[in-house]
Design a protein around this ligand. Structure first.
Ligand code: ZN
Length: 359
């Protein structure tokens, strides 16, 4: 059943299915990107609506990719142009699903875990880029998926998945490593320059990514194998692209246009004076306990789970020199899972020939 490229008919079929699934999921992610940080409910109203005229969108308006192209990139009811983000989010999610499937099939547990994880990285990237925040619910979900993948492997006695010292899923070790690395960037930034070098949302994202990278390492390899390349690529891409972003924003401001972030987030001068103790408390409490505390409170009081939405953050305005770091962690993570193995073995072969020569 192999064609010239060595792709079986099943794999081609899998690509088509994952693409169609991806663009449909992307369509829903557009709703997440719009509603979640604005404290809107994801389930009410149950229908999709035009963000401009609030007209309910019907079946024909909701076909991923096609509706946008056929309706002339405008709302059918009020004729206002629709942001091209809707189209690109659907297309990118479709493509992401296909490449994840091609990279990790036939290990379907990895394919399923990574498509769910990757799908959530789309709103994380987009919301952080626009509003400089990562909603807690998204960070909690990606962490649960990452540990869930590992626990599934442990439960089914999959090779490469085991309890560390008989108690801890190895993915938790990855989470701790992620927190330790990006949490120290935060603490060092505070000690050195009294600035928030790393948002708590970023540290929470590191928790999930560290766990996921450990969950998918092939059997026999060091479980933290992909972590250094992920950290290097995240910080490296931020260091290269970040200054360019700041320059573009300054130029846009000079031209009299303000960024979407500064339109929605109003200005204020004073900030809470932070202390080292508070920084450490933040990392210990927020990263490990806040989710659990919020969840218990939700169970007993049926309260909405708290989102660091715009309402809460409206007294904070990104400095001229601020860049969101979440998007670069997403780039570093994707690069690590696609080319991390290759880069790591290149590095071990050429930079450390002594080590690779050892048996
Ligand atoms: Zn409209």
């Amino acid at each position: 059943m192999h064609d010239r490229n060595g792709m079986t008919r099943e794999v081609w079929f899998g690509c088509i299915v994952t693409f169609l699934l991806g663009i449909s999921v992307g369509s829903f992610l557009n709703v997440v990107i719009w509603r979640l940080p604005r404290n809107g409910s994801l389930v009410s109203p149950q229908w999709s609506y035009c963000p401009n005229c609030s007209h309910r969108l019907m079946g024909g308006d909701l076909i991923p990719l096609l509706s946008y192209l056929i309706c002339g990139r405008k709302c059918r009811y009020c004729k206002k142009p629709i942001s091209s983000r809707y189209f690109w989010v659907e297309l990118l999610t479709g493509v992401l699903f296909v490449v994840l499937y091609l990279r990790f099939q036939p290990d379907m547990a990895n394919v399923i875990a990574l498509t769910m994880f990757g799908a959530l990285l789309v709103p994380i990237y987009s919301i952080d880029m626009e509003l400089f925040l990562i909603p807690n619910q998204l960070n909690l979900l990606v962490f649960a998926i990452a540990v869930g993948r590992d626990v599934y492997g442990i439960a089914t006695h999959e090779p490469g998945h085991a309890l560390y010292h008989g108690i801890l899923p190895t993915s938790i070790l990855g989470a701790l490593t992620g927190i330790a690395i990006f949490g120290s960037v935060r603490v060092v930034g505070w000690i050195w320059k009294r600035v928030e070098a790393m948002g708590l949302g970023d540290v929470l994202l590191a928790r999930a990514m560290g766990a996921m990278l450990v969950s998918i390492v092939p059997r026999g390899a060091n479980s933290l194998r992909l972590v250094p390349i992920w950290v290097a690529l995240s910080i490296g891409s931020g260091a290269i692209v970040g200054p360019a972003m700041i320059m573009l924003r300054r130029r846009a401001r000079k031209a009299g246009k303000s960024s979407p972030a500064s339109e929605t987030i109003t200005d204020v001068e004073d900030e809470d004076p932070s202390t080292l103790g508070r920084e450490l408390r933040d990392i210990l409490y927020v990263v490990w306990l806040e989710d659990a505390v919020e969840y218990v409170r939700y169970l007993f009081q049926r309260r909405e789970i708290n989102t660091p939405g715009l309402a809460e953050e409206d007294n904070w305005k990104p400095a001229d020199t601020a860049i969101p770091f979440g998007p670069f962690m997403v780039i570093g993570f994707l690069a690590a899972i696609f080319v991390g193995e290759w880069l790591t073995s290149m590095y071990l072969t050429y930079a450390l020939p002594v080590h690779s020569a050892a048996p």
